[in-house]
Every structure is written in C-alpha cells, then in structure tokens.
Design a protein around this ligand. Structure first.
Ligand code: PLP
Length: 319
C-alpha cells in the first residue's frame, strides 16, 4: 500500500524500504530499524533519487538535465538514470582525475545515455552555461540541477519520503551520513511536521567541518520554512576528509557485512561508525529505538571493500 505521495514518485512506498534488523540490533543492544535508500528502485542512486523527484518534476519530455559532481558522484549517476528512465537527456559536468575504477563510473553514465565534460573545478560554471546554450540551440528545455541535488524542492521531497517512516518507527535517534545537508534538512523537516520533539537526528559529516555543515543545514531548513535550531551535525567521524576511509569506518563496513548490510567507507560506513561509538559511550542508551538511515552508495560499497579501503585511496568525489 502506498503511504505517501512523493511528487514524481507516486508509486513509491517509503515503508517498503524500512525494516527492523533484529539480529544486528541485538548485537548492538538497541532496537535497530534500517531505512534502505540503497534498495530504492534504481541502482546506485540512493537518497539522490528522492531529491531528484522533487527537483525535476516539472520538466517536459525531451529536456536536457544538466548537473555537476565528481566522476564517482552518486548524484550524477542518479541524474543520468533518472533522465534515461523518463525519456530525457542528461549532460554532466564532472571534475576529478580519470583512470582506475573511475572509468567504471563513466561507463555507467555512458550506458545510461548521458554525455559529459570533465573539467577543472574552476571551469564548472562556464561549462554548465555552455551546455545550457547547446540545449537551447537544439530547441530543448534545459534543467540545471544543483550539485548534490541540494535545493528546497529536493529537501521537501525528502521530507515527504521520510514522514511515513518516522511516523511508523517513532525513533529516539536517527543517525545518517550528512554531506551537503539536504538529507538531514529533509529528515528534520519531517520530524518537525510530525512534532516528534523527542527524536534526535544526528548527521555524521562525510565532508564538511561541523560549524559549516551545521550552518548549511540550518539555512536549508529556513529555506523551507522550518526552524533550524538544534541541528546536530558532527565531524568527528570524517577522519582526513571526504572519501578517505577511517579505520573505524573500515571496521564498521566489515562488521555490518556479517549481518548482510553492505556499507561503504565514504558515507554509510562513517555514519555507522558514529552510531557504534555513540552506543559504546552510552550517548545512545541501550534499548533505545534507533533508526539508521542507509543513504545508499551501493556502487561505492561494491568497489571499496575493507581491503581496498585500507590502502587509503579516496573513494568517490564530492557532489
Ligand atoms: C550515499 C550517500 N549518502 C549520503 C550523502 C549525503 O547526502 P546529503 O548531500 O543530502 O547530505 C550522499 C551524497 O552524495 C550520498 O551519496
């Protein structure tokens, strides 16, 4: 049964991706629920799929979606797949070095019919403008999607998606990987709408220092008319930075796999390491209802198992 109407995703039941992980929760000493964005109807897209639904809802058939991100970006994969799914075109402005497993990401984009430029970060804006001009010259609508899908429409779509899950689980704590902050703003918007005043939402930073990351989430919430007080955005599990595995994340990836849950060392592994640490220190009390929001990144999980991660090669690129 459908329980929410996410614009552009009318057939999607968010609760179909929610389940209790009894065995894993037992090992951690909490009542553990998982939200599985990694299992959403398309591969590789994760949380980005939901945000896109809000952003590109209005585009006419045959439009050109233009967005940017690193070569490994989940957001870019999601946009390419979305465009293919809905009969649009997609042009991506990518940054980062080619070679190695990044060629696999490029292959996925190509197979989905997307075209791309790879440019230095300083040339992203002008390359996007050129792609828009080309689309117009071709008589097509151009839809420019912000990097990472970070926009009020994306946040509101995520809030729609999160609401039935939060209403059903009523967690004491939600823990998830936080990057551009759109996902966190969406979940917080949903808790606000449901008046879940006792639910803590803890974003584990994968890229940004705490102060900046927190400010962006606060601003994003204000942008959708919600109160931005009490945003919990933490950077102590980020390690050396975006895409660089920490030993704790590597260990969490290994541990969770024993329970059938695939994590990656760029996003979900760092978030899970944060969760385990909070349970160990007692910050999250034993017996609490914990919702671990698995935001996706299955592609990176498949690429970067614990062994590869130990080599310290950055995995992924910031969207
Ligand atoms: C798998 C995964 N988890 C979490 C995030 C962070 O989401 P947000 O940018 O909305 O904070 C991303 C963003 O790229 C991602 O790909």
């Amino acid at each position: 049964m459908r329980t929410a109407i996410v614009p552009g995703l009318e057939d999607l039941d968010p609760l179909a991706f929610t389940h209790r992980a009894h065995r894993m929760g037992g090992a951690l000493g909490v009542d553990l629920c998982l939200q599985r964005d990694d299992l959403l109807p398309v591969p590789f897209a994760g949380n980005k799929w939901i945000k896109l639904a809000g952003i590109v809802e209005s585009a006419e058939g045959g439009a050109v979606y233009v967005t940017n991100g690193g070569i490994h970006s989940n957001h870019c994969k999601a946009t390419a797949l979305w465009a293919a799914h809905h009969g649009h075109r997609c042009h991506l402005v990518l940054h980062g070095e080619r070679g190695g497993d990044r060629e696999l990401s490029l292959d996925i984009l190509r197979r989905a019919g997307a075209t791309f430029d790879i440019v230095p970060p300083t040339e992203i804006a002008e390359t996007i403008a050129a792609a828009v001009d080309r689309a117009h010259a071709d008589g097509r609508e151009a839809v420019v999607i912000p990097g990472g899908g970070h926009s009020p429409e994306g946040i509101l779509a995520y809030s729609e998606y999160a609401r039935p899950v939060l209403r059903e689980v009523v967690p004491d704590v939600v823990v998830h990987a936080s990057g551009t902050g759109g996902t966190q703003a969406g979940i917080l918007h949903a808790t606000d709408q449901l008046s879940l005043t006792k639910t803590r939402v803890i974003g584990i930073s994968v890229a940004r220092p705490a102060e900046r990351g927190r400010r962006v989430v606060v601003d994003a919430l204000r942008g959708v008319g919600a109160v931005g007080a009490g945003v919990d955005f933490r950077d102590e599990h980020m390690g050396m930075g975006y895409g660089i595995p920490t030993p704790e994340a590597v260990e969490s990836v290994r541990w969770a796999a024993q329970y059938g849950l695939m994590l990656d060392t760029t996003y979900t592994g760092k978030a899970f390491a944060g969760l385990q640490e909070m349970i160990r220190t007692g910050e999250i009390e034993r017996g609490s209802t914990v919702l671990f929001w698995h935001t996706g990144g299955g592609y990176l999980a498949a690429l970067g198992g614990p062994t590869a991660a130990h080599e310290g090669e950055p995995r992924g690129a910031i969207a």
